[in-house]
Design a protein around this ligand. Structure first.
Ligand SMILES: [Zn+2]
Length: 416
């Protein structure tokens, strides 16, 4: 038995053509000197052909998993060989070295595993192992890409489609989720028809045929794509977007008044303070805000009415699927009433509800709630807001699929 059988086992070298030759332990660092086992064989990186002679040699340093607070360095004798499969000299194969870094493959696997536990960010892991941020970023990207390439897009029956802007609203991604599995299953670049077509083409017509409902924002290109690929699927408005739109519209109504030349200076000042009062749901309102609201009633009647209609709109979501007729009547009555509010922004919203009446009623029919969309949106906002510096769209896509989707839930080592 050669020197340090146990050490070779510890370093996972027992089945390679290398072995530990020497070991140096300093206070903060352990250095192993690693050389070829006798009889020495040098393996071609490209064709795996073993050679017993070499051209020249060099020493390289690889970093391995730390041992406690000791940094661990492998100092390795590496040969250059001439193989018939190549023109010129090439370095020999080191089965334990990671392809892209001066790290051992098992260290890279461990870093990948740590990143996939989702408890640590790239920055955390970089500090933990005292390695450059760029290296960890690259490992994260590679691991996620590998997991995604091996992952299968599941057969969805109920999907949600959403667009999300990043780069300060200049760029978009299209996000497809499986509502039953509660996970993002697809992310593609852009928010036009082809961005969604891409998903339908990937899953193919057979699986498209199995999709029963699609919940989405009333974004025209998405409607066009769904009409082409899943014309049979029931279209459901996304309640989260409807509510979001309603809140935005109330805000625009207020701005409309502030900017109007007919509004006096003192009125403008008061209206500015109403900004968040009109966002409150009445049931959550405290006395102070309630008195502000009463003030609004005196200040501007149309805005006050718009606020009350916003409030009553929420009642729509309380209908249950067997009350679909009642829900329809409620919606029609609401539209009829709300249409008399003389504010442009509000008229736009009323028109939107009218145009998409059937899709909005399908929210009640399918019993869809906004909680899933809300959760996904929140998570993605955090990801976009994080200082990853998404130079690379692909990395953002993979991160969304990891944090909100199937990949990264189960980490597997390379080749497993
Ligand atoms: Zn070769």
């Amino acid at each position: 038995m050669s020197f340090g059988y146990g050490i070779n086992r510890l370093l996972d070298l027992q089945e390679t053509n290398f072995q530990v030759f020497d070991m140096d332990v300093k206070e903060d660092k352990i250095t192993y000197t690693i050389r070829h086992r006798e009889p020495a064989q040098y393996i071609c990186k490209h064709c795996e052909h073993p050679h017993d002679s070499y051209h020249d040699k060099e020493w390289i340093h690889l970093q391995d998993l730390p041992l406690g607070n000791h940094k661990v360095i492998w100092k390795i004798e590496r040969m250059r060989i001439l193989c018939h499969c190549q023109m010129g000299y090439r370095v020999e194969k080191l089965s334990f070295k990671s392809q892209k870094h001066f790290l051992t493959q098992r260290f890279v696997d461990y870093i990948g595993y740590t990143l996939c536990t989702k408890m640590f960010t790239v920055a955390d892991v970089s500090r933990l192992f005292n390695l450059d941020y760029g290296i960890i970023y690259k490992i994260d990207h590679d691991v996620l890409l590998r997991l995604w390439q091996n992952a299968e897009v599941p057969d969805p029956t109920h999907i949600a489609v959403d667009e999300k802007s990043y780069k300060k609203g200049h760029k978009y991604v299209t996000i497809v989720s499986d509502i039953e599995r509660k996970m993002v299953i697809w992310v593609s670049e852009g928010n036009d028809k082809s961005s969604l077509d891409e998903f339908f083409k990937i899953i193919g017509p057979e699986r498209c045929a199995k999709i029963q409902t699609v919940s989405k924002d009333m974004h025209k290109p998405f409607i066009a794509s769904c009409n082409e690929h899943i014309p049979h699927a029931m279209e459901v408005a996304d309640p989260f977007h409807v509510v979001k739109k309603l809140n935005e519209v109330l805000d625009s109504c207020r701005k409309e008044l502030v900017e109007s030349p007919e509004t006096s200076k003192s009125e403008k000042k008061s209206l500015k303070q109403m900004n968040w009062v009109i966002r409150y749901k009445q049931e959550n309102m405290d006395d102070r805000n309630q008195s502000k609201l009463n003030q609004l009633e005196r200040l501007n009647e149309p805005l006050y009415r718009a606020y009350l209609h916003k409030e009553s709109f929420f009642e729509f979501f309380t209908f249950e699927s067997h009350e679909i007729t009642k829900a329809g009547e409620f919606l029609d009555e609401w539209v009829h009433d709300a249409a008399t509010i003389p504010m442009e922004a509000f008229k736009y919203f009323v028109g939107y509800i009218e145009r998409h009446r059937d899709r909005i009623l399908n929210i009640i029919k399918t019993g869809r709630s906004s909680s899933f969309s809300e959760a996904i949106n929140r998570k993605i906002n955090v990801l976009i807001g994080m200082a990853y510096g998404y130079h690379c769209l692909e990395y953002l896509k993979l991160k969304i699929l990891q944090r909100c989707g199937a990949i990264g839930r189960y980490w597997t080592p390379e080749g497993a």
